[in-house]
Ligand binder design. Structure first.
Ligand code: HEM
Length: 556
């Protein structure tokens, strides 16, 4: 006798449909928003049918709920069973059970900002090849850097609108499209292109020094340094993209439109929900996430103004390279967002972390200033990029910041025929990522004191005879066809800005600043989020007359 409110044959049919759906969906990519609409429509159709042809044993709503529950329970059970079964292609790779069942767990961990620390612990427990999703591996071995040379980006990089607009950073349907776009961007990073950007970088750097002093004065003697550097890098990237049409003036006007927040939010969403792209598809449609579009709207406006401008730009900006390449307006708008966001976030955080580590271990600050003084006797004089590039402590400090401050998780997908890493077969369609943080703090690669800021390790004599500095695993700018195109500019910005600041200012933390708590509060979701502020007191170094420089700026 059936004690359920719905006849067995209905439930049997629902269970069979669940199994059939699994057969169809397994290893297929479906758009989450479409699936959501499909299932909603199917549910209402079922309900309507049950209203038209009611069952004697249950109301239409109870019967529809039972049938849907049976369908979804079957689909979920078969999916979980398969993912944990020895027949799954990744069955031989170890990893915690929850992570293997659903990508939602990795999404959740990513969203919490300490994914790199958690993965590091899991690698210590399970070994270098770790299954962290139904179809995802984290690889903690130097050989895994090779996946970036051969594999394409995973679906985590699809722009959630699923439109035909091409943006350099996002996953494209063809490699050719990406290559062409990158070639256009490349013009900006040739020696001539970079030389054209240098005056704007220098101007923005003087401005950030003035901004730091002003904000400090207005704020009772202390300034939140990371905020000033966020504003510096956004203003400069606005120049780089739009030249004279740039309206981003965060150092001057503050950030009332919350460009930093919304830009970071968009990156966090992409980094965490990207691990479950179907979920991203659904959430992208929810009005609450429209906050993330703030920067997109502003960049679109400025792109249009810039494209329509009658006068030639003061220097060759990104839009001029894209216009010359015949790029469409929607594509330019998307690239503009990538330029501002991609070019400002990492650079500004690297600047903040440079100051943090140098002030936390002030003997490095003193040594760096001595190195700079020897190279540039006038602390306010011209800083030749070629000379900056040769200074060992300056470059060692930046290398250390990149090593300790870029724990990125950059997923790629194994192409046809799969791949081999360290003799391990990675089946086609598997998502893989280098455990960049683990590699960058591993004593096998960086020794001694791998967790500490030690710029000397990048110099030829290192930290003594046992020094290990495995430069090949530093993944801060990634590798291969999708590696950072702005690497040379980023280095130039960091060398220049750090040198200016150290040559002109003495710095100290606000009393009570907890050095360790600040470090413990550094989160990463591709963008870095700081749980704690970093208020500093900045004083002009004796004999440094910045007023003259600032007066010139004012006059311009
Ligand atoms: C310290 C500073 C920087 C760091 C650590 C950094 C890091 C990275 C990384 C890791 C990637 C690869 C992302 C991935 O595969 O998911 C990337 C891509 C990219 N970066 Fe940077 N970046 C920095 C500065 C810049 C600057 C100044 C620009 C200037 C415009 C820039 C523009 C880009 C672009 C356009 C891409 C996409 C390249 C492509 O898809 O082929 N980055 N960056």
């Amino acid at each position: 006798m059936n004690s359920l409110p719905v006849p067995n044959e209905y439930l049997g049919f629902a269970a069979a449909a669940g199994v059939a759906s699994w057969l169809y969906l397994n290893r297929r990519t479906v758009r989450g928003d479409y699936a959501f609409l499909f299932y909603s429509a199917a549910y209402f159709a079922l309900y309507a049918t049950l209203r038209a042809f009611p069952l004697a044993s249950a109301s239409p709503s109870i019967a529809a709920a039972f049938i849907a529950l049976t369908y979804f329970t079957t689909l979920a059970s078969v999916t979980v069973g398969y993912r944990l079964s020895p027949w799954h292609p990744l069955a031989n790779y170890p990893g915690p059970v929850l992570w293997r069942i659903s990508s939602v767990y990795l999404t959740y961990i990513s969203f919490m900002g300490r994914r790199h620390l958690i993965l590091d612990k899991l690698h210590a427990k399970y070994g270098p090849f770790l299954r962290i999703g139904p179809n995802t591996l984290s690889l903690n071995t130097p050989a895994a850097t090779s996946v970036y040379l051969t594999m394409e980006k995973s679906d985590a990089y699809r722009f959630p609108a699923h439109d035909k607009v091409v943006g350099i950073f996002f996953k494209q349907d063809s490699k050719e499209v990406h290559r062409e776009r990158k070639k256009l961007w490349g013009g900006m990073f040739t020696p001539n292109g970079l030389a054209q950007l240098t005056p704007a970088l220098e101007k923005r750097t003087w401005e950030v020094m003035r901004c730091i002093e002003r904000r400090q004065k207005a704020n009772g003697g202390y300034v939140n340094l990371p905020e000033a550097f966020y504003h510096w890098s956004h203003d400069f990237m606005g120049d780089m993209v739009f030249s004279g049409c740039n309206k981003i003036e965060l150092m001057k006007n503050g950030d009332a439109k919350e460009l930093i927040y919304t830009g970071k939010l968009a990156t966090v969403m992409q980094d965490s929900l990207g691990q479950s792209p179907w979920l991203m598809d659904i959430l992208w449609q929810i009005p609450a996430t429209k906050d993330m579009h703030q920067l997109v709207r502003l960049a679109s406006q400025m792109t249009r103004t810039r494209v329509q401008a009658k006068e030639l730009p003061a220097f060759r900006d990104l839009i001029s390279y894209l216009m010359e390449g015949g790029v469409s307006l929607p594509d330019m708008e998307r690239d503009a967002v990538i330029g501002i966001l991609g070019g400002s976030d990492n650079t500004s955080i690297a600047m903040s972390l440079c100051c943090y580590f140098l002030v936390a271990e002030p003997h490095y600050y003193v040594a760096l200033r001595a190195e700079l003084d020897a190279a540039f006797p006038d602390p306010l004089g011209h800083l030749a990029p070629a000379t900056l590039a040769t200074l060992p402590l300056l470059n060692g400090a930046i290398h250390e910041i990149l090593r300790l401050g870029s724990p990125y998780f950059l997923p790629r997908v194994a192409g046809p025929g799969g791949a081999k890493v360290d003799g391990h077969y990675i089946p086609e369609g598997t998502i893989v990522a280098l455990a960049a943080y683990s590699q960058q703090i591993s004593p096998d690669n960086f020794y001694p004191e791998p967790m500490n800021f030690r710029p000397e390790r990048w110099q030829p004599q290192g930290l003594g005879p046992d020094t290990k500095t495995n430069k090949a695993v530093l993944a801060s700018f990634s590798f291969g066809p999708h590696s950072c195109i702005g690497k040379v500019l980023a280095w130039q910005e960091l060398r220049y800005c750090l040198s200016r600041v150290v040559l002109a200012f003495d710095m100290e933390f606000q009393p009570g600043f907890d050095v360790q708590a600040f470090r413990d509060g550094i989160l990463n979701m591709r963008t870095t989020l700081l749980e704690k502020d970093m208020f500093m007191k900045v004083s002009r170094r004796a004999g440094v007359d910045l007023d003259k420089v600032f007066a010139t700026l004012e006059a311009e």
